[in-house]
Write a new protein. Structure first.
Length: 227
């Protein structure tokens, strides 16, 4: 059943991406001020929002583990946070490419970029902690606490362009009370967002299966140590 869901979501995701790429490059015009490079926003924004949502889902799963002590919730949190980190990496890389063309530099210690990079480092530390601690209960508890702490930084990332006026531009979309996009340019963004969410779901389902196998191996290891 899970394999069928993964295959179905993968096919739908691929079709949406293929259709949307054609729309973005063949039908959507260049942005008035930024030109063709603005199209990278169609990947940068959905990847960033997907990573934010994923990190919070991972945090809730971690809190669930702290309450119930169910290691399955820890496996779910680990799967979600790992996939979310991959999307955060996409957001940072595409943002850097975008900045190189618009600002003339690959990186600047802007408030949003720096806070997002700190968030990225926290979740890299999360994954490193999971590799470093062998005891599953200790690993699950410490990782859950770290994910709660890291989730606070997401709020800072989100609000940074309102709290500090640095290099990063203000809000682009109306959902944040800022500007808007020209007619015909906004729809592909949300289609790409849908495709990202589908890809996000597929990767989490795959990682959850792997984490389930790891949990079984940990159980067998503990059983063997008992003898």
């Amino acid at each position: 059943m899970r394999l069928k869901i993964i295959l179905t979501l993968s096919v739908v995701c691929g079709l949406i991406l293929a259709w949307n790429l054609h729309t973005m490059f063949m039908k959507v015009p260049d942005e008035a001020n930024q030109g063709a490079i603005f199209r990278i926003f169609y990947f940068h924004f959905p990847a960033a929002i997907t990573s934010f949502a994923g990190f919070y889902l991972g945090m809730f799963a971690g809190v669930g583990y702290l309450i119930t002590k169910n290691l399955k919730l820890d496996s779910i949190a680990a799967s979600i946070n790992e996939v979310s980190l991959a999307f955060a990496t996409i957001a940072l890389v595409t943002g850097s490419i975008w900045g190189r063309v618009i600002w003339g530099i690959w990186w600047t210690w802007d408030a949003r970029i720096t806070s997002y990079f700190v968030c990225w480092l926290l979740y890299v530390g999360y994954l490193m902690m999971r590799r470093a601690i062998d005891d599953p209960t200790t690993r699950a508890r410490l990782c859950a606490v770290l994910s709660i702490f890291a989730a606070i930084d997401i709020v800072i990332v989100w609000k940074s362009i309102e709290w500090w006026r640095t290099q990063h531009p203000g809000p682009v979309l109306e959902i944040r009370g800022g500007g808007g996009m020209a007619a015909g340019m906004e729809a592909p963004l949300w289609w790409n967002f849908l495709a990202m969410l589908l890809l996000f779901t597929v990767l989490i389902l795959i990682r959850m299966r792997q984490e389930s196998m790891r949990r079984e191996i940990d159980s067998l290891r503990r059983y063997a140590h008992a003898f």
